[in-house]
Design a protein around this ligand. Sequence first.
Ligand code: ADP
Ligand code: MG
Length: 580
Amino acid sequence: MGTVEPQVATSQAQAPTTDGFQLVIDALKLNGIETIYGLPGIPITDLTRRAQADGLRVLSFRHEQSAGYAASIAGFLTQKPGVCLTVSAPGFLNGLNALAHATVNCFPMILVSGSSEREIVDLQQGDYEEMDQLAIAKPVAKAAFRVLHAEDIGVGIARAIRAALSGRPGGVYLDLPAKLFAQGIDAEAGRRSLIQVVDPAPRQIPAPDAVKRALDLLRGAKRPLIILGKGAAYAQADADIGALVERTGIPYLPMSMAKGLLPDTHEQCASAARSFVLPGADVVMLVGARLNWLLSHGKGRTWGGKGHKEWGGQKFIQVDISPQEADSNVRIDAPLVGDIGSCVSALLAGMGAGWAKPPAEWLDAVHGKKTANVARMAETLAKNPVPMNFHSALNVVRDIVRANPEAMFVNEGANALDFTRSIVDMHRPRKRIDVGTWGIMGVGMGYCVAAAVETGQPVIAIEGDSAFGFSGMEVETICRYKLPVCVVIMNNNGVYKGTDVNPRGGEVAPTVFVKDARYEKLMEAFGGVGVYATTPAELRKAMEEAVRSRRPTLINAVIDQTAGTESGRITGLNPAAKKK
Ligand code: ADP
Ligand code: MG
């Protein structure tokens, strides 16, 4: 980057020819960012207008949280930072949830917020929407920056991009005070101040001795298991990951967003035997998956440990870009630090010819368990109860997804999440996007928008009725941009289920919603298609039509209100259930 003296012009003759607004737009474009997810207002309204006029795609949402979630998942899908643009204080705070989500999930995202004037904020003199946004963003962001001078915009955006993408990706906050946008500087100086980031996510090649240590451990295993996480999906090393799984012959378990990296119908997929392979394995190779709560921290009964905190004796190999991840929960015997693409190709190269498949005893045992569980599930799915339950509805969804393997698939809820994850197979990488590391609700409609925009594919969203409520107003956004989104609400009249009663009479129980709510009319209100479906046949017809027509559609799938369970599959985290 050339060093440039700021040349703020004052006289008529030296009229400034560029300004902060323009430099932000130019810096984003220079770095290949094509889409802004956001919500206009003071002080960024003109930024959204000018960005659009300059050829950026600017998508306006009804709430910043949805815009932020959209940006975060755009980052996951594209390996480019998703950009979310918000106004100051309240807009910024609404976007903060998504910033934290991006950081926790390792998604590259930049939250750009306008802010009030530093001089007034720092003296706490009560400016319009006064808030020290930078300080508030820091604890939930991978990095946070503020730009005060127009000539530093190039550096600010370059640093934000590098921080979001390099190493373990994450959420970055960029604070742009209102005054910055109107600052004028000489156009040539402005142009020279911009930075096109070179190699923003450098490959990280694993050390040869670490590769050897991992392979030695894997080679000696009697009951090996591979766990693929969303880091593996993010890495876009699909062919090599597939080759590693197939050449080793090791059973694998995909974490939720790694489903489809290899088709869930793959013969080595051990999803249907999860509770057998976790405690049964002797060596586990984690590929872009953390041993956090979603894997019971690598210990306890899930892993064959006797007590709650006891570990089951497995040895672990962990392939991860973060050198600090190993040993976070249990000992990692062979950490393999590097980007997944480089690590997996090094493993493949190191395996050489003549790699022996795992002992038949183990493979047969896994296969046996899996076959029995699949058969049991098939029986449940074939039932056709009245009213429809999660299983009979999801049996339809499973068929539709199989027939449309390229469609994007969004999923959130409690029961609507857990049942869907285990019943609906994914067939291609990075199709399933869901509640992620925190198991949050509210990502739904924001994810739908970004999935449609970034991939051009039809989107199917399976939503709990409660989960949908967090972002439901974005159906207007979906209709406005005419996106090919089919939302299916699993409507069981409440949170977990719709049958709770208030023991004192009077107002309904806290988990219960309006009975027989007509969610489909929300979509109709904005020109989309609404369908009320009470049978699997009606659901099938409506989903087929939605995917075919690519019209925004909301299907209100009426589910037996007694069908859910408390907290879905994570009942163990519910303090009331814990006590029992
Ligand atoms: P899951 O929830 O699917 O188990 P996690 O979010 O727990 O996945 O883990 C993802 C892991 O992947 C993180 O530890 C992160 O550091 C790692 N990761 C992300 N991107 C890459 C990459 N390109 N190469 C290697 N590791 C990565
Ligand atoms: Mg519900």
